[in-house]
Design a protein around this ligand. Structure first.
Ligand code: NAD
Length: 493
C-alpha cells in the first residue's frame, strides 16, 4: 500500500457557476463517495430556474460577442491557459475525481486529468485551422461557405470520466465560439465545477461557460427542453439519449449529438501475433476504470482452437487485479460509482449465472467493511451469444467469453448486438484484419491493440451507440453550422 492521496485542506466544490460567479444554492443534495459510502458534502441541486439563468447568461455572452468575436490568438491563449491551470491543479483534480467517482488515483493522475488538459490544448491549436470553402467559379457571382458557431450548447455528461467527458465537449464547443451550459452527472459533479472556476481564472469571459450540477430529471431535463438552447451534446445511456431526442422534438428542435453505450467485442484469432499482449488487452479492456467504460471490451470472442488456453491466461491476469482504496496510489481497480451501480452489476452477474454462463472468477462484492461499493473482476465462459450478458451493457467489471470457429462467424457475432462503438481484432493476417475493419459495424476498430485512443481521431458510435463524434477536427464541425454566402456582381463599370 502506498501513501494515500491527501485530502486534508482539500476544498470540495459544490456550487453552480452562472454568469461568472458561484451561486448560493436554493437546494442541495448529498454527494456520496463510493470509496466509503460517506457524504463528502452538499452540492447545488439546480432546477429549471437555475438552468434558465445559466442559459440566459450563456445567450447574452454569445450575442454580445464577448468570446465569439475575440481574435483567434486571444481565444487560443485562454484555452491554453485553461490547459495550464488543469495541469497545475493536477493533484487536486485527480483527488476530487477519485473521491467522487471511485477511480484509482493513479489513473486520474496519469490519464483523466492530463487527457482533459490535452483536449483544451488540441482545440486551442485547432480553432484557426478549420477553413471554409470557396464555391465553384461563376461569371456573375462569388460564393463561399463559412462555419458559424451554433449559439448555446448544453453539454450533459456522465460520471465515468467526469472531467475528460466534459473536456471532449466543452473544448471544441468553446473553440468554435459558442457559449456552454455544462450539466455534470449527479454522482460526480466536483471536477466540472472546478473546470468552470478555472476557466474564469484563465480569462474566459463570464457567462461563456456555466456549470449547473443537479439531477438528470431536473437540471438535465430543463436543459433538454429549454427553448433557447441550440444543441445538446450528450454522453450517457441510450435511454436518456432517447429522452433528449424527445425533449428536442417537443421544444425547439435543437440538434442533438449522442455518445451512448456499447457491448464491444475483442476478437482473438488463433494466429494472434502476441498472445500475452492480447490477454492483457482482454483483461484491461474490461477491468480498466472498473469496467465503467463505454468502449469496455465486455465480449471476448475467441477462436475455439485456442479458447481454453487464452481464457485461462485472461483469468490469471484478472486474479491479480484486486479492488483497493481508490486513494491508494498502488490501487489499479477502485470502487463502483454508487451503491445503485454496484447492485445493478451484481444483479446482472446473478442473471448470467441463471442463464447458464460458467463463472470462472469473481462475481462478488468485497471490502464491504469499508462502506464502499467494490465488486471483484468477474469472468464468465460459455456465454450464450443471445443471452442478456452478451447483449446488454453491464457497465461494470464483467467479461463474457464466447467461442467461434470461422472468420465469418466471428464477424457475425461481433455485429450481433444493437451497439457499434468499438472492436478489437487480433490476427497476423493482414487481409483478415482489413476485412474485419470493414465488416465490423462500429465507430472504432483497433487491430492488434486496444484503446489506441488519441484526441486526433474521431470517437463515437454506429447504431445504438449514438451519432456525432467527439475528438478530432470533426468535433469542431459538430458545434458549427454552415453558412453559404453569395455576392452577385454588378455590371462592369
Ligand atoms: P445516464 O444516461 O444515466 O446519465 C448521463 C447524464 O444524463 C447525467 O448527467 C445525468 O444526470 C443525465 N440525465 C439523466 N436523466 C436525464 C434526463 N431525464 N434528462 C436529461 N439528462 C438526464 O448515464 P450514466 O449512468 O451517467 O453513464 C453511463 C452510460 O454512459 C453508459 O451507457 C455508457 O456506455 C455511456 N457512456 C458513453 C460514452 C461514449 O462516449 N459513447 C462515454 C462514457 C459513457
Amino acid at each position: 500500500m502506498g501513501e494515500l492521496a491527501r485530502t486534508d485542506g482539500l476544498r470540495l466544490p459544490g456550487r453552480a457557476i452562472v454568469d461568472g460567479a458561484a451561486v448560493e444554492p436554493r437546494a442541495t443534495f448529498d454527494n456520496v463517495s463510493p470509496r466509503d459510502g460517506g457524504i463528502l458534502g452538499q452540492v447545488a441541486r439546480c432546477g429549471a430556474a437555475d438552468v434558465d439563468r445559466a442559459v440566459a447568461s450563456a445567450r447574452a455572452a454569445f450575442e454580445d460577442g464577448r468570446w465569439r468575436e475575440q481574435p483567434y490568438r486571444a481565444k487560443k491563449q485562454v484555452l491554453h491557459k485553461l490547459a495550464d491551470l488543469i495541469e497545475t491543479h493536477l493533484e487536486e483534480l485527480a483527488t476530487l475525481e477519485s473521491l467522487d467517482m471511485g477511480k484509482p488515483i493513479a489513473d486520474a493522475r496519469a490519464f483523466d486529468i492530463p487527457a482533459s488538459a490535452n483536449s483544451f490544448r488540441y482545440y486551442a491549436e485547432a480553432l484557426d485551422k478549420l477553413y471554409g470553402e470557396v464555391g465553384p467559379h461563376h461569371p456573375d457571382r462569388i460564393s463561399w461557405v463559412v462555419h458559424e458557431p451554433l449559439g448555446v450548447i448544453g453539454c450533459i455528461v456522465p460520471w465515468n470520466f467526469p472531467l475528460n467527458m466534459a473536456a471532449w465537449k466543452v473544448a471544441p464547443a468553446l473553440a468554435m465560439g459558442n457559449s456552454v451550459v455544462l450539466k455534470p452527472a449527479e454522482q460526480s459533479p466536483m471536477t466540472a465545477i472546478r473546470l468552470g472556476e478555472l476557466a474564469l481564472e484563465a480569462g474566459l469571459p463570464p457567462g461563456v461557460l456555466n456549470v449547473v450540477p443537479g439531477y438528470g430529471e431536473e437540471a438535465g431535463q430543463a436543459l433538454g427542453r429549454h427553448m433557447d438552447v441550440d444543441m445538446l451534446a450528450f454522453t450517457g445511456s441510450g435511454s436518456v439519449g432517447g429522452l433528449l431526442m424527445r425533449y428536442a422534438g417537443k421544444s425547439n428542435l435543437k440538434r442533438v449529438s449522442l455518445e451512448l453505450g456499447g457491448k464491444s467485442p475483442q476478437i482473438v484469432f488463433a494466429d494472434c501475433p502476441d498472445m500475452e499482449a492480447a490477454a492483457q488487452a482482454a483483461a484491461w479492456g474490461i477491468f480498466f476504470n472498473q469496467g465503467e467504460v463505454c468502449t469496455a471490451a465486455s465480449r471476448l470472442l475467441v477462436e475455439n482452437g485456442i479458447k481454453a488456453e487464452f481464457v485461462a491466461r485472461v483469468v490469471a491476469i484478472a486474479k491479480a487485479i484486486v479492488p483497493g482504496d481508490p486513494l491508494d496510489p498502488d490501487t489499479r481497480f477502485g470502487a463502483m460509482v454508487s451503491e445503485e451501480q454496484m447492485t445493478g452489476v451484481l444483479r446482472r452477474i446473478q442473471r448470467a449465472e441463471a442463464d447458464g454462463a460458467k463463472l470462472l472468477l469473481g462475481g462478488q462484492r468485497v471490502r464491504e467493511e469499508s462502506g464502499g461499493f467494490f465488486v471483484t473482476p468477474t469472468v464468465f465462459d460459455d456465454v450464450d451469444p443471445a443471452s442478456a450478458l452478451a447483449q446488454q451493457e453491464v457497465f461494470g467489471p464483467v467479461l463474457g467469453a464466447i467461442g467461434f470457429d470461422t472468420t465469418e462467424e466471428a464477424f457475425r457475432l461481433a455485429n450481433q448486438t444493437v451497439y457499434g462503438l468499438a472492436a478489437g481484432v487480433w490476427t497476423a493476417d493482414v487481409t483478415r484484419a482489413h476485412r474485419a475493419a470493414r465488416a465490423i459495424r462500429s465507430g472504432l476498430v483497433w487491430i492488434n491493440g486496444w484503446d489506441a485512443c488519441d484526441i486526433t481521431m474521431p470517437f463515437g458510435g454506429f447504431r445504438q451507440s449514438g451519432f456525432g463524434r467527439d475528438r478530432s477536427m470533426h468535433a469542431l464541425e459538430k458545434y458549427a453550422d454552415l453558412k453559404a454566402i453569395t455576392i452577385t456582381l454588378g455590371p462592369q463599370k
